[in-house]
Design a protein. Structure first.
Length: 367
């Protein structure tokens, strides 16, 4: 992604700077034998190895899971690919947009009568990374539990040996040879598998709802009404949603729509979905005569979920975004100060932090 621009800050693309903080860069040609002189010590001292080559590439380089396990029997090895390690598409290269097309996301994204659209960011890539992260953390937890159980069993054997007692009567399935055991784990994560899993309710509507094929709804929701964007008097957008009947009643009260609140065609969410146009037409007619700020104030006052449709500059001026530390600055050795989105996870008592700038190419090879 270093070359994915413009915009560029000197030789680094803004795209690269966004996704490579807290990392180091080591430049190694894996096709050279000497590469193993660099890699073996790294593998031996690492908890996790992540690769995203086409399936089979790491094996050809002598770095398959089994090869790596021989160096570090406790390593967590994660392979991230477009289509997975097996199946008829496994050898195809895959980018986010291709997989979002194949996996159905583009078909359900866009205006109701418009063409399929890609999401504004590489959401399939991002979700796949998060899926891999969760799997890696689960594997690390499993490994620590297994190692603890094995060492505990070994300690109990040593104790029993000192006491001159046999443990043959203790039936358990724990590998007690903790010193020689392997606690490594292989993880296979693909963009396509992740994307299909992300279809959630749209998939279930089809699989369990009589073959209902998902379609594009713009900002609206196929199963909830109202739950979408509306245009205000000043032409700006605002999103309003009523996720249950109580919220809908409060929405009607806030905007003096008593007739709609009492209409049996809008009494339940099921009824509102069936009479979508009736509900949306009345709400739209009210909202188009009000400024966005008025709509938001009324919704907030009635505890109705709502939000302005912000432009990107407005996002990084939003008081909640700033209060949560979601605008961060990182000193960079050649660029100066780099601004980036902050860390979305807050932890205590050991807080998260951005401790390293996005690295220059090969910056840490000698290290």
């Amino acid at each position: 992604t270093r070359s994915w621009g413009p915009p560029f800050l000197q030789s680094e693309s803004a795209y690269f700077l966004a996704i490579n903080r807290n990392k180091r860069s080591v430049a190694v040609d894996l096709k050279h034998r000497e590469a193993m002189l660099v890699l073996e010590p790294l593998i031996a001292s690492s908890d996790v190895l992540v690769e995203n080559f086409l399936p089979g590439t790491m094996a050809r380089l002598g770095l398959s899971f089994q090869d790596v396990l021989a160096i570090n029997p406790h390593i967590i090895y994660a392979s991230i690919s477009g289509f997975g390690q097996d199946g008829p598409y496994s050898q195809r290269p895959g980018y986010d947009v291709m997989v979002s097309a194949l996996g159905g996301l583009m078909e359900i994204t866009g205006e109701h009568n418009g063409s399929p659209c890609k999401v504004g960011v590489a959401v399939t890539d991002i979700a796949t990374g998060l899926t891999a992260q969760g799997a890696i953390l689960a594997a690390l937890f499993r490994r620590e539990r297994q190692m603890a159980d094995a060492f505990k069993a070994q300690a109990m054997e040593a104790r029993d040996a000192l006491r001159g007692r046999s443990r043959a009567h203790r039936a358990n399935n724990v590998d007690t040879n903790a010193k020689g055991a392997s606690f490594g784990q292989y993880i296979d994560v693909s963009l396509l598998d992740t994307q299909v899993s992300m279809l959630v309710n749209i998939a279930s509507n089809y699989l369990n709802g009589g073959g209902v094929v998902g379609s594009r709804w713009g900002t609206a929701h196929p199963n909830i009404v109202p739950y979408q964007a509306f245009v205000s008097k000043d032409g700006s957008g605002v999103v309003v949603g009523a996720g249950n009947d109580t919220q809908f009643q409060r929405l009607c009260a806030a905007f003096e729509l008593s007739a709609l609140a009492e209409d049996p065609r809008a009494a339940t969410n099921k009824a509102r979905v069936e009479n979508r146009n009736l509900v949306l037409d009345q709400l739209s007619n009210v909202f188009k005569h009000l400024d966005r700020s008025t709509i938001l104030d009324k919704c907030v006052g009635a505890n109705i979920p709502c939000a302005p449709i912000n432009k990107i500059d407005e996002v990084f001026e939003d008081p909640q975004v700033l209060a949560r530390g979601m605008l961060a600055e990182i000193p960079h050795p050649t660029i100066g100060m780099v601004r980036t989105a902050g860390i979305p996870v807050k932890t205590w008592p050991s807080p998260t932090s951005i401790s390293r700038h996005p690295p220059l190419l090969g910056e840490h090879t000698e290290e």
